[in-house]
Design a protein around this ligand. Structure first.
Ligand SMILES: [Zn+2]
Length: 416
């Protein structure tokens, strides 16, 4: 129904719509093309899905479990376990797939003491410690001599506009593997990024639906809240698949492309995304008092970047301990059962000082029982945080200054 309304409102009634463009269109043929595309995706292990989110309405007091739900369709995804198997069985990258992490040392000269080098995920303490942890899992009698190994998952998602004009976009989610060198991972030709999902966004019809359901328009804060609920619901659908939780806890036996069987334990290593997406994922406020998805540094201390005090500030990490989870539980009661708005004082009193939002993360719901602190996944992403942000801004500014100094200066700059 909403799709047909969308077709009338935004396509047929649009001033740029030309009926003659439809001449010669054969609907049966076009639908057949779509069917073939969908069945080819199904053949490759893709599934279609939808999720429901609880929508709060101010002054409407009801338990969260009984709140009105809004369904979002259009999710395309693959089982995470399938993605992991595909990566382990990929013949093109198997020669570079590190199942045993290590420390790399460098001796600058014969007399100098060795220096530890950090450059790859499989040389990090994080992966070494995780690898040692899974060694404690006793071997299964049916696979007595199989090595326990860790497969490091690094999801990456980014909304991509499909055209210069209009709102058409895709929201693909990829899984990278920390077991592969960054020099391989980053090369598009190595196909080391594994497609896992296409996320749908909150449709424009949501506001209409809200109006029809509650007789009022949703506030900006409510829409942001629903977007956060949506991304968590999508991830929860993927993470809480019974086979994935089982695989995460007990491991899975996979025969790698080199014909060696390993007992594989998948672990999340990092989540790469731009800041607006990290805000949604980490369930924090956009540029709030504590704007960082990883630590509790206050916005007023950000200019201290690089100082010793700054390092101390950043050492206060966010944790998804019981105290945090209880707070989220409390705020959800305040919103649904007491009927307060999502950004009300009553909510902020509980979670405002740390800029959390009243949404429960999917990673907490599915994996915190296994000790995952999902805030630690949001590592600094040099491309999004520095190169496309700070550095690009500074560089553009410098170029503009150079232009005011005349063509010779520009030529000298180009020469250098
Ligand atoms: Zn931080």
């Amino acid at each position: 129904m909403t799709d047909v309304q969308h077709l009338i409102d935004n396509v047929i009634l649009h001033k740029d719509f030309k009926a003659e463009d439809l001449q010669g269109v054969n609907l049966a043929r076009e639908l057949k093309k779509l069917d073939t595309f969908e069945s080819s995706l199904k053949g490759q292990g893709w599934k279609k899905g939808s999720v429901k989110i609880s929508v709060p309405c101010p002054k409407k007091k009801v338990a969260k479990s009984e709140a009105v739900e809004f369904e979002i369709e259009g999710l395309l995804y693959q089982d995470l376990t399938t993605v992991i198997k595909n990566a382990c069985q990929d013949e093109t990258t198997i020669g570079s797939f590190h199942t045993t992490p290590f420390k790399e040392m460098w001796k600058p000269s014969d007399n100098a003491s060795p220096v530890r080098l950090y450059g790859e995920a499989y040389m990090s303490d994080e992966m070494i410690n995780t690898y040692e942890e899974v060694q404690n899992v006793p071997p299964r009698p049916d696979y007595p001599d199989v090595e326990n190994v860790v497969v490091e998952l690094a999801p990456y998602s980014d909304t991509t506009m499909l055209a210069q004009f209009g709102t058409a976009f895709l929201w693909p989610v990829y899984i990278y593997f920390g077991n592969l060198s960054k020099y391989i991972r980053s090369q598009p030709s190595s196909h080391a990024a594994h497609h896992m999902a296409y996320f749908p966004s909150l449709p424009d019809s949501f506001s209409n639906w809200y109006w029809e359901t509650f007789g009022t328009v949703p506030s900006e804060a409510t829409i942001t809240h629903c977007k956060q609920e949506l991304i968590q619901a999508l991830w929860l659908l993927i993470l809480s698949a019974p086979d994935f939780v089982q695989v995460y806890q007990y491991g899975i036996f996979i025969c790698f492309a080199d014909q060696v069987i390993h007992h594989v334990f998948p672990r999340f290593f990092a989540y790469m995304a731009d800041y607006p997406e990290k805000v949604l994922l980490a369930c924090i406020r956009n540029l709030g008092t504590c704007p960082c998805p990883r630590c509790l540094i206050k916005k007023k201390y950000l200019p201290g970047l690089g100082t010793r005090v700054d390092i101390q500030q950043r050492a206060k990490l966010r944790t998804c301990d019981q105290r945090y989870q209880d707070k989220i539980e409390t705020t959800q009661k305040i919103i649904y059962e007491n009927g307060y708005v999502v950004n009300s004082k009553a909510v902020n009193r509980v979670i405002g000082s740390e800029s959390f939002t009243p949404t429960r993360s999917a990673f907490i719901s599915a994996l915190s029982q296994f000790g995952l602190n999902f805030f630690s996944l949001f590592v600094v992403d040099l491309m999004h945080k520095f190169k496309l942000g700070v550095w690009k801004g500074v560089f553009t500014h410098l170029i503009q200054i150079l232009y005011t100094q005349g063509a010779e200066v520009i030529a000298e700059f180009d020469r250098r």
